[in-house]
Design a protein around this ligand. Structure first.
Ligand SMILES: Nc1ncnc2c1ncn2[C@@H]1O[C@H](COP(=O)(O)OP(=O)(O)O)[C@@H](O)[C@H]1O
Ligand SMILES: N[C@@H](CCOP(=O)(O)O)C(=O)O
Length: 318
């Protein structure tokens, strides 16, 4: 038995919901913007092989790869349930740049744990698996936040409720929105981008944050796209992180003047996202960002839609 799982890129925060809102995205041209993991019968308890465009950016030691930690915590959970662990040979196809704001580590975590679970005929339920994914993301970034792993695993726009035994629930969004994702090709480690944030906020910022997040979720549920777009504002992270993103202010200004509904930092950056409801506008902005926001040959721009599915099986071979 072998299985390949693909896990898509995600937009942490979506500007308006720091650590509690996230969206999975996939390019409209069919490009696989995400990692894949193959789980196959192994000759020893565990082995890991890494391939893909960004394989050189991974830690050199297999034990430092988050996929190895995923296998360890998965084994721990199976042990608790008295389920036998099968010898497994994992292959990680690392397609996602690291420190990009596209949920790169989440892609590896979700693809690895989903593949391991399927390889063992699903001994863990969705919530148990998502809790493990959060545990792995916390190890990497220094604090627990589900806003990448939840949409990456479950798809669509996800809000972290974290009550009543529920980690995340889906929020209805607007099917005609395009999400232009522009990665400039430089690295911003998530842990560093979190460390520069204030530990306390002014009352006026707390009130504004509540109004924007509440207003956004309300507008999504009441099908008011114009109001929802107006509410995509970040008073928690963007004012402090913007200085880590050369050209972000200009790019956002251009996008809004060109007809975008909203723009913001994807996750902890440096990727920026831009929301449009017109494909021609989205493509024009994508071309401009390719010329003016991308800084080197590792950068890229994709016009995306929300990925309603999240992680998925793409076959039994890479
Ligand atoms: N499979 C993996 N994918 C991505 N990062 C990994 C992986 N395994 C280990 N890492 C390490 O985890 C850290 C991820 O950095 P982070 O800034 O959180 O990336 P991102 O925001 O793109 O998820 C890096 O230090 C990287 O070397
Ligand atoms: N809520 C987190 C999201 C980090 O996303 P990443 O893609 O940069 O890992 C944060 O803003 O710190």
């Amino acid at each position: 038995m072998s299985v390949v799982v693909y896990a898509p890129a995600s937009i942490g925060n979506v500007s308006v919901g720091f650590d509690v809102l996230g969206a999975a995205v996939s390019p409209i041209d069919g490009t696989l913007l995400g990692d894949r993991v193959l789980a196959a019968e192994g000759e020893q308890s565990f082995s890991l092989n890494c391939v893909g465009a960004f394989v050189d950016k991974l830690p050199k030691q297999a034990e430092e790869n988050i996929v190895y930690r995923c296998w360890q915590v998965f084994a721990r959970e199976l042990d608790k349930k008295g389920v036998a662990l099968k010898p497994v040979a994992l292959t990680l196809e690392k397609n996602m740049p690291i420190g990009s704001g596209l949920g790169s580590s989440a892609c590896s975590i979700v693809a690895a744990l989903d593949a391991l679970n399927r390889f063992h005929y699903q001994p863990l339920d969705e919530t148990e698996l998502l809790a493990l994914m959060g545990e792995m993301e916390a190890e990497i970034s220094g604090s627990l936040h589900y806003d990448n792993v939840a949409p990456c695993y479950l798809g669509g726009l996800q809000f972290m409720v974290e009550e009543l035994g529920i980690i995340s629930q889906s929020v209805p969004c607007f099917d005609d929105w395009y999400w232009v994702m522009a990665y400039p090709g430089i690295k911003v480690p998530t842990a560093e981008a979190r460390a520069i944030l204030p530990s306390q906020y002014r009352r006026q910022d707390v009130i504004a944050h509540g109004r924007y997040l509440g207003g956004f979720i309300h507008a999504c549920h009441s099908e008011q796209p114009a109001l929802a777009a107006k509410m995509i504002k970040d008073v928690v992270a963007e004012p402090y992180r913007e200085r880590l993103l050369p050209g972000f202010g200009n790019a956002r200004q251009y996008a809004l003047e060109a007809g975008a509904l909203a723009s913001g930092i994807s996750g902890s950056g440096p990727t920026m996202f831009t929301v449009c409801d017109d494909l021609e506008v989205a493509k024009r902005i994508a071309r401009w960002l390719q010329d003016h926001y991308v800084q080197n040959e590792e950068g890229f721009v994709h016009v995306c839609r929300l990925d309603g599915q999240g992680s998925k099986v793409t076959g039994s071979e890479l």
